[in-house]
Design a protein around this ligand. Structure first.
Ligand code: NI
Length: 230
């Protein structure tokens, strides 16, 4: 059975959700299904259908859809309502290029101020990543790992921008993972990054970051160009 023909209840589950949890649970389920591809680009998500599915009113559904739209996971299309946003290879390349710019600056600001605790936390995320095979969890741990190295940056607005780009990257992660054929990413670059940070070697850390992100951008662009429709 193809992903497209699966019903929403098969993809998202259909048990009743307590009203006070409805917005966050619905947002989380939709987000995970979009990130791992169970909900394909172009698929329409109707408020009433989702509300009926979970036995809630349309208000929390509308709120969840709005959050996902703000994360660029959904688009609102005239006469169709909310649809899963398309995946564009160029967007992936732009996302990684922007990350290099933003995160190099974050490393410059943060590395001189990182303490042993911060380094230990970063290493603990690498450990978890080594054993993780669930896509959504890999995305989350990767985000936490990178942010842990930038946490001491003085420019908090810079950190918010980086977090947006890291969220965006999660959509492309599954292509990276499947094109590598390993089920998981190797942690060499991440280890290199945290070692450089530990040595307070800003320029080395930036070099590793550039390699890390440029490789990812190339892999994903090559993969998406072989896909007729994703
Ligand atoms: Ni990474």
């Amino acid at each position: 059975m193809t992903e497209k023909s699966r019903s929403l209840s098969e993809i998202l589950g259909s048990e009743q959700i307590p009203p006070h949890l409805a917005r966050s649970v619905i947002e989380e389920r939709l987000r995970n299904a979009i990130l791992d591809g169970r909900l394909a680009p172009g698929r329409a998500l109707r408020q009433q259908e989702l509300a009926t599915l979970f036995g809630v009113s349309r208000m929390p559904v509308r709120e969840a859809l709005r959050q996902l739209e703000a994360q660029s996971l959904l688009q609102v299309v005239a006469h169709k309502g909310a649809v899963v946003a398309p995946l564009i290879g160029e967007d992936a390349v732009d996302t990684y290029a922007l990350r290099v710019i933003l995160e190099s600056e974050a490393l410059r600001q943060s590395i001189p101020l990182l303490e042993a605790d911060d380094i230990a936390l970063a290493r603990s995320y690498i450990k978890q990543l080594e054993n993780e095979t669930r896509h959504a969890e890999i995305g989350r741990l990767n985000r936490l790992f990178h942010m842990s190295l930038y946490s001491k940056a003085s420019n908090k607005k810079l950190l918010r921008l980086i977090e947006i780009e890291l969220n965006e990257e999660e959509r492309f992660l599954r292509f990276h993972l499947s094109s590598m054929g390993l089920g998981k990413l190797t942690q060499d670059d991440h280890n290199g990054l945290v070692d450089a940070a530990n040595d307070k070697s800003v320029e080395e850390a930036i070099k590793v970051l550039e390699r890390h992100l440029n490789t990812a951008a190339k892999t994903i662009k090559a993969y998406l160009s072989t896909q007729p429709e994703v």
